[in-house]
Design a protein around this ligand. Structure first.
Ligand SMILES: Nc1ncnc2c1ncn2[C@@H]1O[C@H](COP(=O)(O)OP(=O)(O)OP(=O)(O)O)[C@@H](O)[C@H]1O
Ligand SMILES: [Mg+2]
Length: 282
Protein backbone atom coordinates (compact mmCIF):
# COMPACT_ATOMS: atom_id res chain seq x y z
CA UNK A 1 0.00 0.00 0.00
CA UNK A 2 1.37 3.39 -0.94
CA UNK A 3 0.51 6.60 0.84
CA UNK A 4 1.48 8.72 3.74
CA UNK A 5 2.90 7.01 6.84
CA UNK A 6 0.88 7.79 9.93
CA UNK A 7 2.84 5.58 12.34
CA UNK A 8 6.51 4.75 12.08
CA UNK A 9 8.01 2.29 14.53
CA UNK A 10 11.79 2.08 14.39
CA UNK A 11 13.69 -0.66 16.18
CA UNK A 12 11.40 -0.55 19.19
CA UNK A 13 12.33 -2.71 22.16
CA UNK A 14 10.67 -2.62 25.55
CA UNK A 15 11.26 -4.72 28.64
CA UNK A 16 8.92 -4.19 31.62
CA UNK A 17 10.79 -3.45 34.83
CA UNK A 18 9.59 -6.77 36.23
CA UNK A 19 9.98 -8.65 32.93
CA UNK A 20 12.48 -11.39 32.33
CA UNK A 21 12.51 -10.93 28.53
CA UNK A 22 11.67 -8.06 26.19
CA UNK A 23 7.90 -7.68 25.67
CA UNK A 24 8.84 -6.13 22.32
CA UNK A 25 12.09 -6.81 20.58
CA UNK A 26 13.48 -4.72 17.71
CA UNK A 27 10.09 -3.96 16.16
CA UNK A 28 10.06 -1.93 12.95
CA UNK A 29 6.78 -1.18 11.22
CA UNK A 30 5.38 1.50 8.99
CA UNK A 31 1.62 2.05 8.97
CA UNK A 32 -0.07 4.10 6.25
CA UNK A 33 -2.99 6.44 6.82
CA UNK A 34 -6.25 4.56 6.35
CA UNK A 35 -4.77 1.09 6.67
CA UNK A 36 -6.52 -1.67 8.59
CA UNK A 37 -3.89 -3.74 10.37
CA UNK A 38 -4.45 -6.98 12.22
CA UNK A 39 -2.06 -8.01 14.96
CA UNK A 40 -1.92 -11.71 15.82
CA UNK A 41 0.10 -13.75 18.24
CA UNK A 42 -0.22 -16.07 21.20
CA UNK A 43 -0.86 -14.77 24.73
CA UNK A 44 2.17 -12.77 25.82
CA UNK A 45 3.36 -12.16 22.25
CA UNK A 46 3.40 -8.39 22.82
CA UNK A 47 0.15 -7.22 21.15
CA UNK A 48 -1.06 -5.06 24.04
CA UNK A 49 2.39 -3.63 24.69
CA UNK A 50 2.63 -2.66 21.01
CA UNK A 51 -0.75 -0.89 21.25
CA UNK A 52 0.26 0.94 24.42
CA UNK A 53 3.47 2.10 22.75
CA UNK A 54 1.37 3.90 20.12
CA UNK A 55 -0.17 6.35 22.57
CA UNK A 56 2.81 6.66 24.87
CA UNK A 57 1.46 4.71 27.87
CA UNK A 58 4.52 2.58 27.13
CA UNK A 59 6.98 3.93 28.24
CA UNK A 60 5.46 6.99 29.95
CA UNK A 61 3.24 5.15 32.43
CA UNK A 62 4.99 1.76 32.45
CA UNK A 63 8.30 1.27 34.16
CA UNK A 64 10.85 -0.49 32.00
CA UNK A 65 13.64 -0.21 29.50
CA UNK A 66 12.68 1.44 26.20
CA UNK A 67 14.76 1.67 23.06
CA UNK A 68 13.93 2.83 19.56
CA UNK A 69 11.34 5.30 18.38
CA UNK A 70 7.60 5.46 17.72
CA UNK A 71 6.40 8.41 15.66
CA UNK A 72 2.66 9.09 15.34
CA UNK A 73 1.60 11.90 13.03
CA UNK A 74 5.05 13.41 13.50
CA UNK A 75 4.97 13.18 17.31
CA UNK A 76 7.42 11.11 19.34
CA UNK A 77 5.15 8.85 21.42
CA UNK A 78 7.75 8.41 24.16
CA UNK A 79 7.85 12.09 25.09
CA UNK A 80 4.59 13.65 23.87
CA UNK A 81 2.26 13.73 26.91
CA UNK A 82 -0.19 10.81 26.94
CA UNK A 83 -3.17 13.22 27.06
CA UNK A 84 -1.92 14.74 23.78
CA UNK A 85 -1.29 11.30 22.29
CA UNK A 86 -4.85 10.29 23.26
CA UNK A 87 -6.16 12.88 20.77
CA UNK A 88 -4.29 11.02 18.01
CA UNK A 89 -4.60 7.38 19.06
CA UNK A 90 -7.72 5.96 20.69
CA UNK A 91 -7.42 2.63 22.50
CA UNK A 92 -10.32 0.27 23.09
CA UNK A 93 -9.80 -2.65 25.46
CA UNK A 94 -11.37 -6.09 25.58
CA UNK A 95 -13.78 -5.72 28.46
CA UNK A 96 -16.37 -2.99 27.84
CA UNK A 97 -18.14 -3.46 31.17
CA UNK A 98 -14.93 -2.83 33.02
CA UNK A 99 -14.50 0.43 31.12
CA UNK A 100 -17.95 1.73 32.14
CA UNK A 101 -18.06 3.99 35.16
CA UNK A 102 -20.62 6.75 34.58
CA UNK A 103 -24.34 6.94 35.23
CA UNK A 104 -25.53 7.52 31.65
CA UNK A 105 -24.18 6.71 28.21
CA UNK A 106 -23.79 10.46 27.47
CA UNK A 107 -21.81 10.99 30.67
CA UNK A 108 -19.67 7.99 29.83
CA UNK A 109 -18.70 9.56 26.51
CA UNK A 110 -18.33 13.03 28.05
CA UNK A 111 -15.84 11.88 30.67
CA UNK A 112 -12.79 11.86 28.41
CA UNK A 113 -13.79 15.21 26.92
CA UNK A 114 -14.06 16.79 30.37
CA UNK A 115 -10.55 15.58 31.07
CA UNK A 116 -9.39 17.26 27.87
CA UNK A 117 -11.10 20.51 28.92
CA UNK A 118 -13.48 20.62 25.96
CA UNK A 119 -16.06 23.45 26.41
CA UNK A 120 -19.58 22.32 27.46
CA UNK A 121 -21.34 23.33 24.24
CA UNK A 122 -18.85 21.51 22.03
CA UNK A 123 -18.92 18.58 24.41
CA UNK A 124 -22.67 18.06 23.86
CA UNK A 125 -22.20 18.18 20.09
CA UNK A 126 -19.32 15.73 20.18
CA UNK A 127 -21.15 13.31 22.51
CA UNK A 128 -24.22 13.19 20.25
CA UNK A 129 -22.09 12.82 17.12
CA UNK A 130 -20.03 10.00 18.63
CA UNK A 131 -23.12 8.13 19.84
CA UNK A 132 -24.74 8.50 16.42
CA UNK A 133 -21.61 7.25 14.68
CA UNK A 134 -21.57 4.03 16.70
CA UNK A 135 -25.31 3.48 16.19
CA UNK A 136 -26.35 4.58 19.70
CA UNK A 137 -28.27 7.76 18.82
CA UNK A 138 -31.01 8.24 21.41
CA UNK A 139 -29.15 6.21 24.04
CA UNK A 140 -27.89 9.36 25.83
CA UNK A 141 -29.79 8.81 29.08
CA UNK A 142 -29.51 5.01 29.18
CA UNK A 143 -27.40 3.33 31.83
CA UNK A 144 -24.31 1.70 30.30
CA UNK A 145 -24.82 -1.29 32.57
CA UNK A 146 -28.22 -2.02 31.00
CA UNK A 147 -26.77 -2.30 27.50
CA UNK A 148 -25.84 -5.51 25.68
CA UNK A 149 -22.16 -6.43 25.44
CA UNK A 150 -21.98 -5.26 21.83
CA UNK A 151 -23.69 -1.97 22.72
CA UNK A 152 -21.34 -1.47 25.67
CA UNK A 153 -18.33 -2.01 23.46
CA UNK A 154 -19.76 0.42 20.88
CA UNK A 155 -20.23 2.91 23.72
CA UNK A 156 -16.59 2.40 24.73
CA UNK A 157 -15.66 3.08 21.10
CA UNK A 158 -17.85 6.23 21.13
CA UNK A 159 -15.96 7.48 24.21
CA UNK A 160 -12.73 7.12 22.31
CA UNK A 161 -14.10 8.50 19.00
CA UNK A 162 -15.38 11.64 20.78
CA UNK A 163 -11.73 12.61 21.28
CA UNK A 164 -11.50 12.63 17.47
CA UNK A 165 -8.43 10.42 17.07
CA UNK A 166 -7.44 9.47 13.51
CA UNK A 167 -6.04 6.14 14.70
CA UNK A 168 -7.88 3.44 16.62
CA UNK A 169 -6.15 0.55 18.37
CA UNK A 170 -8.59 -2.17 19.43
CA UNK A 171 -7.18 -4.74 21.82
CA UNK A 172 -9.15 -7.98 21.35
CA UNK A 173 -12.31 -5.84 21.30
CA UNK A 174 -14.77 -8.71 21.03
CA UNK A 175 -13.20 -11.42 23.17
CA UNK A 176 -15.94 -11.02 25.80
CA UNK A 177 -18.84 -10.66 23.35
CA UNK A 178 -21.37 -13.07 21.88
CA UNK A 179 -21.44 -13.57 18.09
CA UNK A 180 -23.96 -10.75 17.55
CA UNK A 181 -21.87 -8.37 19.65
CA UNK A 182 -18.74 -9.39 17.74
CA UNK A 183 -20.45 -8.68 14.43
CA UNK A 184 -21.65 -5.25 15.65
CA UNK A 185 -18.19 -4.22 16.74
CA UNK A 186 -16.37 -5.45 13.62
CA UNK A 187 -18.97 -3.85 11.36
CA UNK A 188 -18.41 -0.58 13.24
CA UNK A 189 -14.63 -0.91 12.92
CA UNK A 190 -15.06 -1.48 9.17
CA UNK A 191 -17.24 1.62 8.89
CA UNK A 192 -14.79 3.78 10.85
CA UNK A 193 -11.99 2.57 8.60
CA UNK A 194 -13.69 2.69 5.20
CA UNK A 195 -16.19 5.55 5.62
CA UNK A 196 -14.50 7.76 8.19
CA UNK A 197 -10.94 7.07 7.04
CA UNK A 198 -9.56 6.09 10.44
CA UNK A 199 -6.44 3.98 10.58
CA UNK A 200 -7.50 0.85 12.45
CA UNK A 201 -5.22 -1.59 14.24
CA UNK A 202 -6.86 -4.64 15.81
CA UNK A 203 -5.23 -7.25 18.02
CA UNK A 204 -7.34 -10.31 17.39
CA UNK A 205 -7.16 -14.09 17.66
CA UNK A 206 -9.97 -14.81 15.22
CA UNK A 207 -8.37 -15.34 11.85
CA UNK A 208 -11.71 -15.15 9.98
CA UNK A 209 -12.29 -11.58 11.08
CA UNK A 210 -8.86 -10.37 9.99
CA UNK A 211 -9.08 -12.32 6.72
CA UNK A 212 -12.27 -10.41 5.95
CA UNK A 213 -11.19 -6.92 7.01
CA UNK A 214 -7.43 -6.44 7.32
CA UNK A 215 -5.24 -4.93 4.61
CA UNK A 216 -2.21 -6.33 6.38
CA UNK A 217 -1.51 -8.70 9.25
CA UNK A 218 1.44 -8.52 11.58
CA UNK A 219 2.28 -11.67 13.52
CA UNK A 220 4.11 -11.29 16.81
CA UNK A 221 5.91 -14.06 18.62
CA UNK A 222 7.73 -13.48 21.91
CA UNK A 223 8.03 -9.77 21.16
CA UNK A 224 9.32 -10.16 17.60
CA UNK A 225 7.53 -9.48 14.33
CA UNK A 226 7.86 -12.87 12.67
CA UNK A 227 5.59 -12.20 9.69
CA UNK A 228 3.91 -9.23 8.04
CA UNK A 229 1.87 -9.23 4.85
CA UNK A 230 -1.58 -9.46 3.33
CA UNK A 231 -3.99 -12.00 4.85
CA UNK A 232 -3.34 -14.25 1.80
CA UNK A 233 0.43 -14.07 2.28
CA UNK A 234 0.18 -14.71 6.01
CA UNK A 235 -2.42 -17.48 6.10
CA UNK A 236 -0.76 -19.43 3.28
CA UNK A 237 1.99 -20.08 5.82
CA UNK A 238 -0.31 -22.19 7.99
CA UNK A 239 2.42 -24.61 9.14
CA UNK A 240 4.69 -21.86 10.41
CA UNK A 241 1.71 -20.19 12.11
CA UNK A 242 0.68 -23.44 13.80
CA UNK A 243 4.19 -23.75 15.23
CA UNK A 244 3.72 -20.42 17.05
CA UNK A 245 0.12 -21.05 18.07
CA UNK A 246 -1.65 -18.88 15.51
CA UNK A 247 -4.77 -20.23 13.80
CA UNK A 248 -5.66 -19.72 10.14
CA UNK A 249 -9.23 -19.29 8.84
CA UNK A 250 -11.24 -22.50 8.42
CA UNK A 251 -11.49 -21.76 4.70
CA UNK A 252 -7.70 -21.79 4.45
CA UNK A 253 -7.40 -24.90 6.60
CA UNK A 254 -9.81 -26.74 4.33
CA UNK A 255 -8.09 -25.61 1.12
CA UNK A 256 -4.69 -26.64 2.45
CA UNK A 257 -6.07 -30.01 3.51
CA UNK A 258 -7.17 -30.55 -0.10
CA UNK A 259 -4.01 -29.15 -1.64
CA UNK A 260 -1.15 -28.98 0.86
CA UNK A 261 1.22 -27.29 -1.61
CA UNK A 262 -1.22 -24.44 -2.39
CA UNK A 263 0.32 -21.07 -1.66
CA UNK A 264 -0.43 -18.51 -4.33
CA UNK A 265 -4.14 -17.63 -4.25
CA UNK A 266 -5.00 -19.84 -1.28
CA UNK A 267 -8.45 -18.75 -0.05
CA UNK A 268 -8.81 -16.97 3.29
CA UNK A 269 -12.54 -16.25 3.28
CA UNK A 270 -15.51 -18.57 2.78
CA UNK A 271 -16.55 -16.82 -0.43
CA UNK A 272 -13.12 -17.18 -2.04
CA UNK A 273 -12.87 -20.79 -0.78
CA UNK A 274 -16.04 -21.67 -2.67
CA UNK A 275 -14.66 -20.15 -5.90
CA UNK A 276 -11.34 -21.88 -5.32
CA UNK A 277 -13.00 -25.28 -4.87
CA UNK A 278 -15.34 -24.78 -7.83
CA UNK A 279 -12.33 -24.02 -10.03
CA UNK A 280 -10.76 -27.31 -8.95
CA UNK A 281 -13.95 -29.32 -9.42
CA UNK A 282 -14.21 -28.35 -13.11
N1 LIG B 1 2.45 -4.60 33.20
C1 LIG B 1 3.35 -5.57 32.95
N2 LIG B 1 4.39 -5.79 33.77
C2 LIG B 1 5.30 -6.74 33.53
N3 LIG B 1 5.26 -7.55 32.44
C3 LIG B 1 4.26 -7.38 31.58
C4 LIG B 1 3.24 -6.39 31.78
N4 LIG B 1 2.37 -6.46 30.76
C5 LIG B 1 2.81 -7.44 29.95
N5 LIG B 1 3.95 -7.99 30.44
C6 LIG B 1 4.74 -9.07 29.79
O1 LIG B 1 5.13 -8.61 28.52
C7 LIG B 1 4.99 -9.63 27.54
C8 LIG B 1 4.03 -9.18 26.45
O2 LIG B 1 2.75 -9.04 27.02
P1 LIG B 1 1.50 -8.41 26.28
O3 LIG B 1 0.46 -8.22 27.30
O4 LIG B 1 1.92 -7.23 25.49
O5 LIG B 1 1.12 -9.60 25.29
P2 LIG B 1 -0.24 -9.86 24.51
O6 LIG B 1 0.15 -10.34 23.16
O7 LIG B 1 -1.11 -8.67 24.59
O8 LIG B 1 -0.89 -11.07 25.32
P3 LIG B 1 -2.45 -11.45 25.54
O9 LIG B 1 -2.91 -12.18 24.32
O10 LIG B 1 -2.41 -12.33 26.73
O11 LIG B 1 -3.22 -10.18 25.77
C9 LIG B 1 4.57 -10.87 28.28
O12 LIG B 1 5.71 -11.61 28.59
C10 LIG B 1 3.93 -10.32 29.54
O13 LIG B 1 4.07 -11.21 30.61
MG1 LIG C 1 -3.02 -8.35 25.29
Amino acid sequence: MTGESVITIEQLSFTYATGTRPALHDISLDIKRGEYIGVMGLNGAGKTTLGLSLNGIVPQSSLGHYEGKVTVDGHDAAVTPVREMAKMVGIVFDNPEFQMSQISAAEEVALGLENLGVPTEEMHTRVSAALALVGLAGFEERSPLGLSGGQQQRLAIASVIAMQPRILFMDEPTSNLDPIGKEEVFELARKLNKDEGLTVIVAEHEAEVLAAYADRIVVLHEGLIVMAGTPQEIFARADELAAIGVRVPQATELALAMEPEAREGVPVTTATAIEWMEARAR
